[in-house]
Design a protein around this ligand. Sequence first.
Ligand code: SF4
Length: 400
Amino acid sequence: QCITHCPVGALRERDDTSEVLDALADPDKITVVQIAPAVRAAWGESLGLPRELATVRRLAAALRSMGFDYIFDTTFSADLTIMEEAAEFLKRFTAGELKEYPMFTSCCPGWVRFLKSQYPQLVPYLSTAKSPQQMFGAVTKSYFAERIGVPPEKICCVSIMPCLAKKAEKNGHMYVKQTDSIQDVDIALTTREMDRLIRSENINVSSLPEAEFDSPLGVGSGAGVIFGATGGVMEAALRTAYYSVVGTNPSPDAFRAVRGQEGWREAEFDMNGTVVRCAVASGLANARHLIEAILAGQAHYDFVEVMACPGGCVGGGGQPIPFEQSEQAEIRGELLYKLDRLSPLRYSHENPEIKALYDQYLGEPLSERAEDLLHTDHNSWTMPLSLRLQMQDTEDTTIH
Ligand code: SF4
């Protein structure tokens, strides 16, 4: 299962729960935990919790009872990723840089590694935006550390992710610039590891009342929530790009044509007379199929989202393992879209905590400080040949 769903060659699942327990027991550490959007759709499955009880706020309550000092939502930094990625797309699109090849999303480390190893000539077309996990860590150890008046070294930043590849990502192979001096994220746990931690701590989650996230990194929009499903990054980015171009919000469901489970989908959208051609792929075999068509001149797009796991992060290699993973990915994805529909916030650019972050600290998307903290240099790390070969051996060859 891990081999099928983890496209980065993380063949053995490493358990980092003891590192988390050590950090929680260390009186000199301030422990900050972030919960990825896709985790909320699956965390209760292996604990036998019905979906109506397995809410993200009940998970926040479980983490609080373990002793974490601050509990935040990666949905916040998914909104931040959207702000940066939408601005980057519009800048590159209007500058005419995407005439030959599209801009590719960069939030999935499995996909980034795949592109670097298989199609290095397309690396310049990757968005330079870090993933939500990494952006969260970067903001925690700068803006948040300053707000609570502690040196960043005192903070232990833990992430709960649906993903095995996030463990490699946080080590900085792909997203850290040579000039970065501190690791954004210290420990990345999968959803499965977190469930094990809950069991080992004997926490009766069903009896816990729901808990609120902390501020100022705890508010996320519905656009940030759908990051966890295939097509969600594209849809969320288009909502904000449209607002930037037209000056008014689109209908929140204006870009729903990119939703679905087919491995390669495409759609065109009109933004004030400018047509933007988009494609979405999930699963690396589908990604290869799409890239080959682009390179052969058979397909032309401006903006492409790729997620390495079939169905996106909801079907990630770190999620609970049901009998039929792909079926679960669709069910979990539908749950995220429902949460988006029910959210009072549907646009990343309307998130009040994102607005405060830009007002108080970053200035505007793509500012010098935003570039420094939230973007990366994809050329700072190239993949060794041994890893390239390993990736070829583990690639999912299923076209959906
Ligand atoms: Fe990780 Fe999501 Fe990419 Fe899968 S699709 S490798 S879970 S980031």
